[in-house]
Design a protein around this ligand. Structure first.
Ligand SMILES: [Zn+2]
Length: 491
């Protein structure tokens, strides 16, 4: 059941308010008296010293060493797991997977065995870019949460360690993949090395997948496994091409920001969910988009000079990524990618033609930039893993016509919540604009019309770590058949 809660995040308020019928039945106004609005400053900064200390340990030098090591495997094409010549030379994707696993194990030894290092190995069947059945291995490390109830919540960071050159099927010629995606792999590994020195109530997973270039094969397998095993993954941070490409003479690259892509209408939305969005809005409040907003708020808290540029679309034109494989299975997930890509330095044979250098080689990667991306990931991961679970079953009353708004919620499970906040923003605004502490209890009526703003509720612990916010679903006189749980599945 844990995933059902995840799937209600954000979109929940779309359910069931069939206003045409409500109007026909001449509804009575709700009676609750609104409280005075007393806002708290959403821009106030309250960094957690432990998180700030962790971020300082993320090292551009370590990231450089990881990327340069991955390049030494010459060609990490997923299909090279069938290339015996490459394997016998200690090259290719198989050797890279082994090295990543050993690296995770080394980090684990340094923290007294705190990481569970695992592999997810399978044979990828024949597909468009997979001409023969191909062994594929995802490698991951689990930093189990310290609180049994909260440890069920998982936050995951990933990058793909496979690479390619101009030919998707080539397994022998250089395919350094320094930016695409040794950089994202380095983010996952460096987060594992640093964050394994700390303890959090919720669980973190550091993942490195293969098969991305052949069709997101590794991520699809992992996400399906997580779904079938009922893992409560509440956020996926996919890092793909986060090298901060530095082409001599390029004046348009930006080193002070990274793009964070998030889907609007979820890949897993059912037709009835889309119908509700058409009636009530909500296409800008998917769980993935709330995750993106959360990343922005933790970056403001910890990285004042390096901020995300949120892109309100699933991915770039003509391109895909592993976060989508997680979205398809109903998990919230976003993609980090450098601000401006140089397509001469991706998916290209290493060569010089007419004075132009082609190829994804380390000299175009800015290791300090990758470190900043890793810090942005780590700020979000540590904040989420420290925070209480989101409040459960958040509802907005739609029993009658009123210009006030009544919100109800059930306590955040897991016992970490110390207080709750109501967030809201105008419907034409991208980010949460207003916040107010909720009084004791699990209900509030505000003199603000729900027709004019988007509301959400979040839980905070005693130190101020905030959960992902939950956008309420309506509870009116017309409820979808089956009530809460039946209606909330499948988001
Ligand atoms: Zn990639």
């Amino acid at each position: 059941m844990p995933n059902s809660k995840l799937r209600t995040l954000g979109f929940a308020f779309l359910f069931s308010a069939l206003t045409f019928s409500a109007a026909q039945q001449n509804p009575q106004p709700t009676a609750a008296t609104p409280v005075k609005v007393t806002e708290v400053d959403l821009n106030a900064i309250h960094p957690d010293p432990q998180i700030a200390e962790a971020l300082k340990q993320i090292s551009p030098g370590r990231i450089r060493a990881i990327i340069e090591k991955l390049v030494t495997f010459k060609n990490r094409n997923t299909l090279s797991s069938n290339d015996q010549e490459m394997i016998s030379q200690g090259l290719g994707v198989t050797a890279a997977a082994k090295w990543i696993q050993e690296e995770f194990e080394r980090y684990s030894q340094a923290c007294g065995g705190c990481l569970q290092v695992k592999t997810d190995s399978f044979t990828q069947p024949v597909a468009t870019r997979v001409p023969t059945p191909t062994p594929l291995t995802n490698v991951y490390a689990v930093l189990q949460g310290t609180d049994p109830e909260n440890a069920k919540r998982i936050y995951l960071v990933t990058g793909h360690y496979d690479s390619r050159n101009s030919d998707t099927l080539n397994t022998k010629d250089e395919a350094p993949g320094a930016n695409d995606d040794a950089s994202g792999t380095a983010v996952s590994l460096e987060c594992a090395r640093v964050l394994s020195k700390y303890k959090f109530p919720a669980t973190l997973i550091f993942l490195s997948v293969a098969g991305e270039e052949q069709g997101l094969d590794g991520a699809k397998h992992f996400a399906q496994m997580a779904r079938h095993e009922g893992w409560d993954i509440q956020g996926v941070l996919n890092n793909d091409i986060v090298g901060g490409n530095t082409t001599p003479g390029d004046t348009l690259q930006r080193k002070d920001t990274v793009r964070v892509f998030s889907e609007g209408i979820p890949a897993s939305a059912k037709p009835e969910d889309v119908t509700r969005m058409r009636n009530l809005g909500g296409e800008n409040d998917s769980p993935s988009r709330e995750l993106a907003r959360y990343i922005r708020s933790t970056a403001k808290e910890y990285l004042p000079e390096f901020q995300p540029t949120l892109i309100f679309r699933r991915d770039r034109f003509l391109r895909g990524g592993d976060h989508t494989a997680f979205n398809e299975e109903g998990f919230a997930g976003v993609r980090f990618t450098e601000y401006r890509e140089d397509f001469n330095h991706q998916h290209q044979n290493v060569r010089t033609e007419n004075g132009i250098e082609y190829g994804d080689v380390p000299k175009f990667v800015d290791f300090a930039y990758v470190a900043n991306v890793a810090r942005m990931n780590a700020a979000a991961l540590t904040s989420l893993a420290s925070a209480p679970a989101s409040p459960a079953t958040v509802r907005i009353e739609t029993r009658g016509l009123t210009n006030d708004t009544t919100l109800n919620w059930e306590a955040s499970p897991g016992g970490l919540a110390n207080s709750y906040q109501i967030l809201w923003r105008d419907t034409d605004q991208p980010y949460w604009q207003h916040a107010m502490s909720a009084p004791a209890g699990s209900s509030i009526t505000l003199p603000i019309s729900k027709d004019n703003v988007v509301f959400a509720v979040r839980a905070l612990d005693a130190k101020g770590h905030a959960s992902l916010p939950v956008v309420p679903r309506p509870r009116g006189r017309i409820e979808a058949p089956g009530g809460n749980s039946a209606a909330s599945s499948g988001m």
